[in-house]
Write a protein that binds this ligand. Structure first.
Ligand SMILES: [Zn+2]
Ligand SMILES: [Zn+2]
Length: 379
């Protein structure tokens, strides 16, 4: 064990046996009991439909509710939307929205460091679920969620969390199961199986999404972008983008990136249920890309002999400054255009100047990128 790991282990609180036993035994019971049940009793279409519907509902409760609405405030939603998100979130047995969001805000504030509850540098299992097995002296610190503590609907969910969880996970599946004469099947598959599946998907955001994939936006922490993780985590797989722009309501930036929460929030806006969807403007995204590419060049240059390095350093810095200037100009033009759109004052000259600024920026960016191919091999 490294000294780093040993120091951190000493900080771990005592084991919370209720969490440790439930999170360890529930997957084992699901894997064992569901096949036995299906072997002896067979499936039923109503069980599969209910399981699928509850999986979508509760999965979205975490991604578009707990995560993007309550933890990040990346959009606004109507009371009906917020109520459903809170009910769905409680049904996943991942604690109340207030506690979940407080831990998640700490994760973003202290990513990979002390204070990050699911610090991925401590290894896969810690980030995945072992962090929940231990008492955490910060778990009750809700000082970073004053907005949620002032929200009556969120406070209501905190107060009635266990009642909602029991109704959704026991009363509802049992009632539906009794209707079709399959109470055990419904409890095991739509209840236990779905809880385990949603747990593992959410836990993978903290573990796999900090291990598997690429870092196109930033290397300042362990977060990664991966389409495989996007499918495994119900659309939260573009985690490097998310850590770079946490206020954005999207996780998968491109329209084809698998991100059901993004699609649902966007559809909600069309239906008048969500509003104020926060998007990271293109020039801000490109500025991040510029920083990332500059870091790549700096890493390459550090391997050069000083004379060659100094010459290339100058060329790269000049090209970077040019991109920076054009990016500023394009950004300014874009703001003017947006203002003109709001006031319905868009002119042909404004459009022309916006197009020109964008073309000039793209040219400068291409030249900056071309330096990577022209770089000599390190000494
Ligand atoms: Zn993360
Ligand atoms: Zn987040």
């Amino acid at each position: 064990m490294t000294e780093h790991a040993a120091t951190k282990d000493r900080d771990d609180g005592p084991i919370l046996w209720s969490n440790a036993l439930f999170l360890s035994l529930s997957p084992l019971l699901a894997v064992l009991l569901i096949p036995i049940y299906l072997w002896y009793s067979g499936g039923h279409w109503a069980i599969w439909v209910t399981t699928f519907a509850m999986w979508i509902f509760t999965g979205l409760g975490i991604t578009l509710g707990y995560h993007r609405l309550f933890a990040h405030r990346s959009y606004k939603a109507s009371p009906v939307w917020r109520f459903l998100a809170l009910v769905a979130g409680a049904a996943t047995l991942q604690n109340s929205a207030i506690v979940w969001a407080a831990a998640h805000r700490r994760h973003h504030r202290h990513t990979d460091h002390h204070g990050d509850p699911y610090d991925a540098t401590r290894g896969f299992w810690w980030a995945h679920m072992k962090w929940i097995f231990h008492e955490n002296d910060q778990a009750d610190d809700l000082s970073n969620v004053p907005d949620l503590k002032a929200d009556p609907l969120v406070v209501w969910q905190q107060k009635w969390y266990w009642v909602i969880a029991l109704v959704m996970n026991l009363v509802l599946p049992l009632g539906l199961g009794l209707l079709i004469g399959r109470p055990w099947g419904m409890l095991l598959i739509a209840g236990l199986g779905r809880i385990v599946f949603t747990h593992q998907a959410t836990f993978s955001i903290n573990s796999l999404c900090h291990i598997l994939g690429t870092q196109p936006w930033s290397e300042s922490n362990t977060s990664k972008d991966s389409w495989i993780c996007a499918y495994l985590t119900f659309g939260e797989g573009y985690h490097n983008f998310h850590h770079s722009f946490p206020a954005d309501y999207r996780n998968g930036l491109r329209w084809y990136h698998f991100d059901p929460a993004k699609w649902a929030i966007w559809t909600g806006q069309r239906l008048g249920l969500t509003s104020n969807l926060k998007r990271t403007e293109a020039p801000i995204q490109w500025r991040k890309k510029l920083e990332r590419q500059t870091e790549k060049y700096e890493t390459s240059l550090s391997q050069f002999v000083p004379e060659v390095g100094a010459d290339w350093n100058h060329r790269i810095e000049s090209a970077r400054q040019l991109v920076d200037e054009h990016l500023n100009r394009w950004s300014k033009n874009l703001r003017e255009y947006q203002r003109a759109c709001r006031n319905k004052e868009v002119t042909a000259a404004l459009l022309r100047s916006l197009r020109e600024a964008r073309r000039a920026w793209r040219r400068a960016w291409k030249e900056f990128l071309a330096l990577e191919r022209a770089l000599p091999l390190p000494a």
